[in-house]
Design a protein around this ligand. Structure first.
Ligand code: SF4
Length: 329
């Protein structure tokens, strides 16, 4: 049996867990390819116009998997991974959106409900309901989840050493150790953005690599320890409702306060409701903290040259300021 996993949304955070889980159960895992212009165009046609870009992209990946002839596509209903916080409503409704808007998808979606108190979502209760459909026993599910959990914990451990999700996903896939993160750098940037925006190379146009080529050390929220992010949030008067938005905001404030971070770039996709709030909060507070902050909003039509020019100008401005301050000291 072939299980499809779309290379989109939380693929960039949970793929080692899900892939290991299904493979240990004896299934073939088919991951959709990288996002392309054609895939986005297909996704746009299958989506309501007002939905955010990452969901349109996700739909394109689902279509690709259906065309590849998989038996099922895994689209968990992501509800909550923190007490009192929830996923953005689009995640909660995603299985329904796909089942009722994409022809041929209705009976091919596996959509367990994910509710957990931590980011570790390898709890048996979440996945047990799929046993009957997949023809596997509870014992097999438990054993496969143990292996999946191990793979995910290792993925998160290495990411926290300063590697990008893409580098570590590649490591988990191929066993090829990632290179050491950049050593000689002139500027350090805190990069804020959901993993599916930052690491989908079509959406962010490979922003991490572009920054590294400019001599920039990049730090992201998923390179940080969850406890550190939680501690940052506990200082805030009010948290947001959405888990990943809170992670971004916590990372943003950490970047504001950390002396070694020279500036912050926020990558956001067109049509994202939670991000419009985060962007505004960060923009207002950047003045208070006196730290350069820039938002890059991408949509399906954003041009690479435009993006590059803006990043180069931002990095250049920060570098000149650094040199000036050093001379004056
Ligand atoms: S958080 Fe924003 S980008 Fe992500 S699914 Fe929700 S609306 Fe879309």
């Amino acid at each position: 049996m072939k299980i499809g996993i779309p290379r989109a949304l939380l693929y960039y955070y949970y793929h080692p867990l899900w892939k290991t889980f299904f493979e240990k159960l004896g299934f073939e895992v088919v991951t959709s390819g990288k996002t392309t212009k054609e895939l986005i165009d297909k996704g746009i046609k299958a989506s309501v116009p007002e939905i955010c870009v990452p969901i349109k992209i996700f739909n394109g990946h689902v279509l690709e998997l259906l065309e590849a002839g998989v038996d099922y596509i895994f689209i968990p209903r992501m509800m909550s991974t923190r007490k009192g916080e929830f996923y953005c409503p689009k995640f909660m409704g995603l299985p329904d959106m796909v089942r009722y808007s994409i022809p041929g998808a209705k009976d091919k979606i596996l959509f367990p409900k994910v509710t957990s108190l931590t980011d570790d979502i390898s709890d048996f209760k979440i996945y047990s309901e799929m046993g009957e459909t997949l023809g596997v026993s509870n014992k097999q599910i438990k054993a496969a989840l143990l292996d999946g959990q191990k793979a995910w914990i290792e993925f998160r451990r290495i990411t926290k050493e300063g590697y990008t999700a893409l580098e570590v996903l590649d490591y988990v896939e191929t066993g090829k150790k990632p290179q050491n993160p950049i050593k000689d750098y002139r500027v350090t940037i805190g990069l804020m953005g959901y993993v599916y925006d930052v690491y989908d190379e079509f959406v962010s146009m490979g922003i991490v690599d572009k920054l590294r080529e400019m001599g920039v050390l990049v730090e992201t929220f998923e390179m940080m320890d969850e406890n550190l992010l939680d501690a940052e949030l506990s200082d805030m008067n009010k948290r947001l409702f959405w888990t990943f938005s809170n992670k971004l905001l916590a990372a943003g404030y950490k970047f504001f306060k950390d002396g070694h971070i020279d500036g912050i770039i926020h990558v956001t996709a067109f049509g994202c409701g939670p991000d419009s709030l985060i962007g505004k909060i960060m923009e207002l507070d950047s003045n208070e903290f006196g730290k350069p902050f820039m938002t890059i909003r991408v949509d399906e039509h954003t041009g690479e040259n435009h993006l590059l020019t803006r990043i180069e100008a931002f990095i250049d401005m920060i570098y000149r300021e650094k040199v000036k301050v050093k001379k004056e000291a």
